[in-house]
Design a protein around this ligand. Sequence first.
Ligand SMILES: *Cc1c(COP(=O)(O)O)cnc(C)c1O
Length: 396
Amino acid sequence: MAVPLVDLQAQFRSLEGELLGALQRVLRSAQFIGGDEVRGFEGEFAEYCAQVTDGKSSPTFCVGCGNGTDALYLTLRALDVGPGDEVITVAHTFIATAEAITRAGAIPVFVDVLPDTLLMDPDAVEAAITPRTKAILPVHLYGQLCDMDRILEIAERHCLKVVEDAAQAHGARWRGRRSGVLGTAACFSFYPGKNLGAFGDAGAVVSRDEGLIQRIRMLANHGRVEKYTHEIEGVNSRLDALQAAVLRVKLRYLDGWNEARRELAAEYLRRLQSAPVGLPGVRPEAEHAWHLFVVRLEDREAARVRLKQLGISTGVHYPTPLHLQPAYARLEKQPGSLPVTERAAEEILSLPLYPELPLHVVIEIAEAVRSLAAMHPFPSRSANHERAGLSAVSSS
Ligand SMILES: *Cc1c(COP(=O)(O)O)cnc(C)c1O
């Protein structure tokens, strides 16, 4: 067995003709920056994000940009988040989340996550609010939206903006609504390995606030209002036409791919239900996009090595919480300050998951994980799981 964590070649093979056609269209037009492909994708992605399960969608707007990190940065800047402001976010995320905050000049305030979903803990957010707090930046990690009922309610009560890091949650929903029609704005990455991935770096912001999207568009294009009239100093962070053309093709398959991920995740959950591993918690309000399938193991490193020997690649998202990264030593957060986050970082293991992954391989991986866990029973497992609020049931 040789199973990668993700397989981008399989996806390309399944759409090769269509994707090459789209690239050819752009090359022939020689319209590489802006133009119809970019506007086309922005309109289609805005519409996609506005699709609600009860059928009533509100007008939504989208602007493409260079990558997901820039999407976050540009949104914060367009909302006038800057020096002296605090932005509440999580440490259990990719560093891009915090980089965007500091690059805007603001201070990231890290709060802990919930033990079952590993997503932002709304009570911790409430406790972290100060007079300097300007925005909440929830991260929809692994493809599940955070508790947006609570987060939006807290934000409203304290007059805070909600900037969603939806880099891992294309197509995911909370009570039938997608990022883009929940908070102030939602920021997406189309990094190749994301649920919707480009052929390089790309990103976008989606919001119901058309004025905000216009400000981001200006900031992302040198602060331009006309070709050589610069209202403010901006940056160069545009979605290019080749990436837009690729994304337009792939967007049509996103729901199908997410459905395939859901079926494979359901199989993992079924097969591992009684195994001595911690399973990802899913809220009833959430329609999960399963960007990653993350289990928890007492001896994660040993399991990783053993699975590798069996030909199964795994990942760790993420091994060091941001507050303990050398890059954020200046924030002076001590080990132990975010206990749920820190514990999770030691135990989490991402198993292979991508739409083209055959079901029988998922079954084999699940069986390998199950027997591995049974062979090396995790000593203090039940106590830990109780403490962490995990749902796994012991088989021993
Ligand atoms: C991928 C990712 C980003 C950054 O996106 P890029 O397009 O790589 O800049 C931000 N936040 C999270 C949670 C991500 O997974």
